[in-house]
Design a protein around this ligand. Structure first.
Ligand code: AMP
Ligand code: MG
Length: 481
């Protein structure tokens, strides 16, 4: 209920008013019978939003876009993008709206709020399952310490969405540092207006990379800063076995946050070639391809910045190319530091020795196809003196490795802090979403409990630590959700 003391939410319209060229003011579709399925109270608190207000009639309408706070201008954003390598000059929010900026400067954005001028052939809608999927996986990622957009709420609309079958419709309300993408820059660059491009770059610097203002070449530093953040981001994905599944340039942020949880999934059995998405038939976005693909996306970003970096185009290209070339090294550094922490190596273990041990471990995991998340927790047990869980996963192959590793005196506590017990395992996510689609939120709520506190072992949740039973079909995720 909305009470007399409930505090309505206020939203800015900075992006809509500063960048009229980059979108269209728009109105959300009516929701026949809006019903709040899940509200992220912790996030509401963090944002100083009134959860009671959001639960009330007006709040729920705001979360579907049908109540617009005074001063707000819901805005369908334009962007371009390379999808699976092919360029689309006009993508944009086909079924989404930027509601505006929250008091802390982050964006409040809705997904599934109806057709916009960017909808192309789409219906502008989203189903309950995929929106809850983004909710649970993004919140799990946040709990795992990965920069990500957050999920504030999912509201069932009461409308029917037609996919292979009729499904209940929903709107996801998400919060992001911003919705600036590489694709936003591609769009601004394509209209050939250097002033627009410069204003966009200045906006991105002010919001996400303010130190760049003071650099000798601010726009080159913007590029370098995005590159550093994205190198660390993709390293953090690799370390937890996360596969985004659709790393198009429109799904690569300027803030360095993970965005757009569509066909993403966590790898169970270790296999660098793992692909879950039904449409990724060539394996472009396979697990091991994520770092090179990110570098490719950054090259597309670099191209958009050429006119800003130097009046001499050749010089601009030279400077940006040189910076782009630092990506593999930056990525490798971030990944190696993370891997050292996962196996608990003390700081004084020399780099060459650590690399050797990590390489051998990668071979061990590849050869055995061990459950990735389970293996590192088994290693925590091994640090406590119990090798049996490791042996159960990788067998005798591990003996020599364990002897070398133990001699380096691994730090058990640091390992327990970075190796999760609970991740949103595919079969559990599917089970929770199927139940929610049928009207039972119980399994979703349970799953959310464990994945949002992934390092704390709970007595009755053993089932959530195990991979899918071997007889189950390989996991496949679907796009166009
Ligand atoms: P995504 O795969 O969610 O990153 O979306 C890729 C593009 O397709 C974006 O421009 C979306 O707005 C658009 N899109 C995806 N699904 C729909 C839909 N059901 N209706 C309209 N546009 C959509
Ligand atoms: Mg997208």
């Amino acid at each position: 209920m909305t009470t007399d003391t409930a505090r309505p939410l206020t939203l800015g319209s900075r992006y809509a008013s500063e960048f009229p060229e980059l979108g269209v003011p728009w109105t959300a579709a009516e929701a026949a019978e809006p019903r709040l399925l899940v509200l992220n109270e912790a996030l509401a608190d963090e944002l100083a939003l009134d959860a009671d207000y959001l639960r009330g009639e007006e709040g729920v309408r705001l979360l579907t876009g049908t109540h617009v706070p005074a001063g707000a201008t819901p805005f369908a954003q334009a962007y371009a993008g390379h999808q699976f390598g092919g360029y689309s000059p006009r993508l944009g929010d086909g079924r989404a709206l930027l509601m505006g900026e929250l008091p802390d400067g982050r964006d409040l954005h809705l997904k599934g709020s109806g057709r916009t001028p960017f909808a192309r052939g789409g219906d502008g809608l989203a189903a309950v399952g995929p929106m809850l999927r983004e909710y649970v996986i993004s919140e799990a990622m946040h709990a795992l310490g990965v920069p990500t957009t957050r999920s504030l709420a999912v509201v069932a609309t009461g409308n029917t969405v037609y996919r292979e079958q009729p499904l209940p419709g929903a709107v996801l309300a998400r919060v992001a540092a911003s919705h600036l993408r590489v694709g936003t820059f591609q769009f601004a660059r394509s209209v050939d207006d250097d002033d627009l491009l410069r204003r966009l770059a200045d906006h991105a610097i002010a919001r996400h990379h303010p130190h760049a203002t003071h650099a000798a070449r601010p726009y080159l530093e913007l590029f370098a800063s995005v590159l550093r953040d994205q190198a660390e981001l993709v390293a953090s994905w690799m370390l937890i076995g996360f596969i985004h599944g659709v790393m198009n340039t429109d799904n690569t942020t300027i803030s360095g946050e993970t965005i757009d949880y569509g066909p993403c999934a966590f790898m169970d059995a270790f296999d660098p070639a793992t692909v879950f998405s039904s449409i990724d038939t060539g394996g472009r976005y396979a697990y091991a391809n994520q770092p090179p693909v990110l570098q490719w996306n950054l090259a597309r970003f670099a191209e958009t910045l050429v006119p800003l970096v130097d009046p001499d185009q050749d010089e601009a290209v030279r400077l940006l190319t040189e910076e782009l070339g630092t990506f593999p090294e930056r990525y490798q550094q971030a990944w190696t530091a993370g891997m050292r922490a996962k196996i608990g190596l003390p700081d004084d273990v020399p780099a060459a020795e650590a690399t050797d041990l990590i390489d051998e471990l990668s071979r061990l995991l590849s050869a055995t196809g061990a459950d990735y998340t389970g293996f590192f927790r088994a290693l925590v047990a091994a640090a406590d003196g119990d090798d049996q869980p490791v042996r159960d996963l990788v067998g005798a192959l591990a003996e020599g490795w364990l002897v070398r590793w133990r001699a380096l005196e691994p730090d058990r506590e640091s390992m327990a802090r970075v190796n999760p017990i609970y991740i949103p395992r595919n079969h559990l996510v599917e089970e929770a979403l199927d139940a929610a689609t049928a009207g039972d939120m119980g399994p979703f709520t349970e799953l959310l409990v464990v994945v949002t506190d992934p390092y704390t072992e709970l007595p009755d949740y053993e089932r959530y630590t195990r991979p899918a039973p071997p007889e189950s079909a390989p996991h496949v995720t679907f796009c166009g959700t």
